[in-house]
Design a protein around this ligand. Structure first.
Ligand SMILES: [Zn+2]
Length: 170
């Protein structure tokens, strides 16, 4: 059974405190349901990897896959972030310029979810996140999941699957 350390629990609370209350509430309800289901818990414990994201962080993320490793290093330094593995630096992870992501509002209109594993690794398994997305939508139907932007129940007809991402419709 995966559980959070005190420090990890404090980090989760701090991230959720910077998220819009409706979204944080939906997350809390979905998480409680997930934790009450042994089969789901075998897939890992959902955690919020990011809620609010500063414009400086967004600029650093946007640079991934678009700028040189050195430019990315400088942007990450300015945003208070550590360096990335070279492979990650080459990968485009966002199409949103600073200030335009739902993560850039405070409180944040978006949060990203991953699944903490018993061995302390973190997974972003689409099938597991699909199951979590159903609990999120059941908790609050205003929630949009990045795996199914158009809410048609399919994940294969999206322009971009942002599996960890959940947001409120602005
Ligand atoms: Zn996101």
């Amino acid at each position: 059974m995966v559980t959070l350390s005190k420090a990890q629990a404090a980090t989760q609370a701090a991230r959720l405190a910077q998220v819009r209350p409706e979204l944080a509430k939906a997350y809390a309800v979905a998480l409680a349901r997930w934790m009450g289901d042994r089969k789901l818990m075998l897939l890992g414990l959902p955690i919020v990897t990011e809620g609010y994201r500063s414009d400086a962080m967004q600029a650093a993320y946007y640079a991934q896959g678009r700028q040189t490793p050195y430019q990315i290093h400088l942007l990450r330094q300015a945003a208070g972030l550590g360096d990335l593995p070279a492979v990650e630096a080459k990968r485009i992870i966002t199409y949103k310029l600073p200030g335009t992501s739902n993560h850039n509002k405070l409180p944040s209109w978006a949060l990203d979810v991953a699944l903490l594993q018993a061995d302390s690794s973190v997974k972003w398994d689409p099938a597991a996140l699909l199951l979590f997305s159903r609990l999120m939508r059941a908790a609050d139907e205003r929630v949009t999941w990045g795996g199914d932007w158009n809410h048609n129940g399919r994940t294969d007809d999206e322009h971009l699957n942002d599996w960890p991402h959940f947001e409120l419709i602005g």
